[in-house]
Design a protein around this ligand. Structure first.
Ligand code: AMP
Length: 579
C-alpha cells in the first residue's frame, strides 16, 4: 500500500487530524477528544504544552501561551512565549507535530505526508507559511486545499450532479462564507468573503460582559482585574453558550468566585436564549451581510444556491440555522459534525490522491422537521397556528432540543400541545402526529413559561415533554415511529391528491365508513336480486334493474331514508318470484 496521507484542519481555534481507512473517514481522537485546541504553551517546568493543557493555562499565564497563531501566518512577525521569540510557522509546526504524533499512535507507524486545509482567502504568502510549518513538523505537504472545498468534498461534491453550494463557516475566531461550484467532481471556489475577527469567542465575550455587569450591580465591584475569577467566568460563559444551543435557559453557577470585603461572592445567574440571541444579533447580521457580498462576488443570487453547508462549531447556534432558512427558504446541511467536517474533507482529498476507495460519510439524520404550533404571525397577520420548529430537518440523530413558550391568557391553567411534522409555516398544513394537554398550571398572569422538549432517537421514537418552568410540573408523551409514520401519512396525502385528479373521492379505500344496517341490508338484497336475473321475465328484470339503480344511488348519497321504498318494493318482487 502507498504511504498513509493524513488530512489536517489547522484551525485558528481548533485543529483536527483525520485519515481514511477501509473506505471510512475517521477523525482521530486522543484521550477521547477529536478536537485539539490550537494553543501552544510552556509550563512552569519549561515543558511544551499543546492543546487543552495550553488552553487551560492561557488566562492565567498568557505570557507563556500562544493562541490564534493562524492569524499571523504569512506575516513577518514573531511571538514571544516564556521569553523566547518564535515565528508563526514554528508555533503552527508545534501543533502540526502534535497532530502527526496523534495519528502515528493511532495507526502504529510513522507518517510523513499530509493534506492541509487553508482558508479560501489565504494569500500566497500565507499558503507558503503553512507549507513551511508542515516542513518544520516533518511533514511533506502533498497538497493544500481550501477549507470550503474540503467541506464540499465531505458533502458528496465528488459524486453526482453539478450544483452550487454556499459554505457558511463560523468557528471560534473567524468567519468565512464561500460560494462553490461543483461539477464532475471538481470543486471551484467562485467567491469568498469573511471576517478574520468574528466568531464564537465574540459570543462568549458578550456573555462575559453580561456576567461582569451582573456582579457590578449585585456587589458593586469590577472583577476584570481578578484573573482567576475571570478564567472561571470565561469557561462558564462558553458552557452557558453551549447549553443555549439546545435549551431555552442556562444556569450559570460559580461558587466562591472570589472574596469581596471579607465575604465570598457566589455567582448565580440565569440566562435566557432570547436575551443571548439579542446580544449576538449584530454579529449574525454581519455574517448575513457577508453572505450577500459573497453571492454578489460570484454574480449569483439566493435562488441560484442549491445547498448550504454549515461548518465550524458556532453554526450549532440555532438562530444561525433559522436565519439561513429564512433567507434561502430551505434547510442548511449540518449532518456532518461542523467541527470535524474540514478535517474529514482533507482526509477525503488525501485518499483521492492515494487512489483509495471512499464511502460517502453517512450519518443518521432526521428527514423532517418536528415542532409545535403557537400564537404568532402568518403573512403579517396574527395567527393561532404558527408552526414553531424545534428539531430541524437534517439534524443528526439522536436529537434533543428545547424551546420556551408562554401562556397567552391571564389565569390560563392548561395548554394544549400539538406536535407536527413538516416545514410549512402554517402548522395546519403540516401533519399532526401527537397531542396532549398540560393541566393544573399556576393561576398567574399571561407569560407563564412552559418549556417544550423534543427528544428524537435513532429508532424514530419521539419523546415530548412540556414543563412549567416555575414549578417543574411536567407532562409527557412518546410517539412511536415518528419518522415512518410521516412516510405512511405522506403517502396517503399523495394518494388523496392523485385520486383527486381522477375525480375519485379522496380516501375512498383507505378510510371508508362502515355500512349502516339499512345499507348492509340493501346490498344483500341487490345481490339476491341479481342472482335471480337469469330465471325471471324480461319485464320483471327491467323493474328490478330500475329499483336496484334507485337503491344504489341512495347508498352513494348516504341517504338511508331514500332506501326504504325501493328496498320494500324489491323485497316484494323477490318474495313473489320465490313463492
Ligand atoms: P471551531 O473553530 O470550528 O472548532 O469552532 C469553535 C467554536 O464553536 C467555539 O467558539 C465553540 O464555543 C463553538 N461551539 C462549539 N459547540 C457549540 C455549540 N453547541 N453551540 C454554539 N457554539 C459552539
Amino acid at each position: 500500500m502507498s504511504d498513509i496521507i493524513i488530512g489536517i484542519d489547522l484551525g485558528t481555534t481548533n485543529s483536527e487530524v483525520a485519515i481514511v481507512e477501509n473506505g471510512k473517514v475517521t477523525v482521530i481522537s486522543e484521550a477521547g477528544k477529536k478536537i485539539l485546541p490550537s494553543f501552544v504553551g510552556i509550563d512552569d517546568k519549561g515543558e511544551i504544552l499543546v492543546g487543552e493543557t495550553a488552553r487551560n493555562q492561557y488566562l492565567i499565564y498568557p505570557e507563556r501561551t500562544i493562541k490564534s497563531i493562524k492569524r499571523l501566518m504569512g506575516q513577518d512577525a514573531q511571538v514571544v512565549m516564556a521569553g523566547h521569540h518564535y515565528t508563526p510557522q514554528e508555533i503552527s509546526a508545534i501543533i502540526l507535530k502534535r497532530l502527526k504524533t496523534i495519528a502515528e499512535q493511532y495507526v502504529g507507524q510513522a507518517i510523513s505526508k499530509a493534506v492541509i486545509t487553508v482558508p479560501a482567502y489565504f494569500s500566497d504568502a500565507q499558503r507558503q507559511a503553512t507549507h513551511e510549518a508542515g516542513q518544520i513538523a516533518g511533514l511533506d505537504v502533498v497538497r493544500m486545499i481550501n477549507e470550503p472545498t474540503a467541506a464540499a468534498l465531505v458533502y458528496g461534491a465528488s459524486q453526482g450532479e453539478a450544483k452550487r453550494m454556499l459554505v457558511y463557516d463560523l468557528g471560534g475566531g473567524t468567519f468565512d462564507v464561500s460560494v462553490v461550484n461543483v461539477q464532475d467532481g471538481v470543486v471551484e471556489v467562485l467567491s469568498s468573503h469573511g471576517d478574520n475577527h468574528l466568531g464564537g469567542d465574540d459570543f462568549d465575550q458578550q456573555i462575559i460582559n453580561h456576567i461582569q455587569d451582573h456582579i457590578r450591580e449585585q456587589h458593586g465591584m469590577d472583577i476584570s482585574e481578578h484573573s482567576k475569577a475571570m478564567a472561571r467566568i470565561t469557561r462558564a460563559a462558553e458552557n452557558a453558550k453551549l447549553v443555549l444551543s439546545d435549551e431555552p435557559y442556562a444556569q450559570i453557577e460559580e461558587e466562591y468566585l472570589l472574596e469581596h470585603e471579607g465575604a465570598p461572592i457566589h455567582l448565580t445567574l440565569e440566562l435566557a436564549r432570547s436575551d443571548y440571541e439579542e446580544m449576538i444579533d449584530d454579529y449574525i447580521n454581519a455574517t448575513m451581510d457577508a453572505v450577500h457580498i459573497a453571492l454578489k462576488g460570484a454574480k449569483l443570487t439566493v435562488s441560484d444556491i442549491d445547498e448550504i453547508i454549515l461548518v465550524g462549531g458556532s453554526t450549532r447556534t440555532p438562530c444561525i440555522r433559522e436565519r439561513l432558512l429564512d433567507e434561502f427558504g430551505f434547510e442548511p446541511h449540518g449532518e456532518v459534525d461542523p467541527d470535524l467536517c474540514v478535517a474529514m474533507g482533507a482526509a477525503t482529498q488525501a485518499a483521492m490522491i492515494n487512489g483509495q476507495q471512499i464511502d460517502t460519510v453517512l450519518v443518521d439524520v432526521t428527514p423532517y422537521t418536528y415542532g409545535t404550533s403557537a400564537m404568532g404571525y402568518l403573512d403579517g397577520e396574527p395567527y393561532p397556528y404558527q408552526f414553531v420548529p424545534v428539531i430541524h430537518k437534517n439534524s443528526v440523530l439522536p436529537a434533543r432540543k428545547s424551546e420556551a413558550f408562554m401562556t397567552f391568557q391571564d389565569g390560563q391553567r392548561e395548554v394544549r400541545v400539538s406536535i407536527y411534522q413538516g416545514e410549512d409555516p402554517d402548522a395546519l398544513n403540516n401533519i399532526e402526529i401527537g397531542e396532549f394537554m398540560i393541566e393544573d398550571l399556576r393561576d398567574v398572569p399571561a407569560g407563564n413559561i412552559i418549556t417544550l422538549t423534543l427528544d428524537l432517537d435513532l429508532n424514530g421514537m419521539l419523546h415530548v415533554s412540556a414543563r412549567e418552568k416555575a414549578t417543574g410540573l411536567e407532562k409527557s408523551i412518546t410517539i412511536n415511529n415518528a419518522i415512518s409514520r410521516f412516510e405512511t401519512e405522506a403517502l396517503s396525502h399523495a394518494k388523496q391528491r392523485i385520486d383527486g385528479l381522477f375525480g375519485q373521492k379522496a380516501g375512498d379505500e383507505t378510510f371508508s365508513k362502515p355500512d349502516s344496517a339499512a345499507v348492509a341490508e340493501a346490498r344483500k338484497l341487490i345481490k339476491k336480486a341479481e342472482s335471480l336475473f337469469e330465471t325471471v321475465s324480461a319485464e320483471d328484470k327491467e323493474d328490478m334493474v330500475d329499483l336496484i339503480e334507485t337503491i344504489a344511488s341512495g347508498i352513494e348519497d348516504g341517504d338511508d331514508n331514500a332506501l326504504q321504498e325501493p328496498v320494500a318494493r324489491l323485497n316484494d318482487i323477490i318474495y313473489y318470484l320465490e313463492s
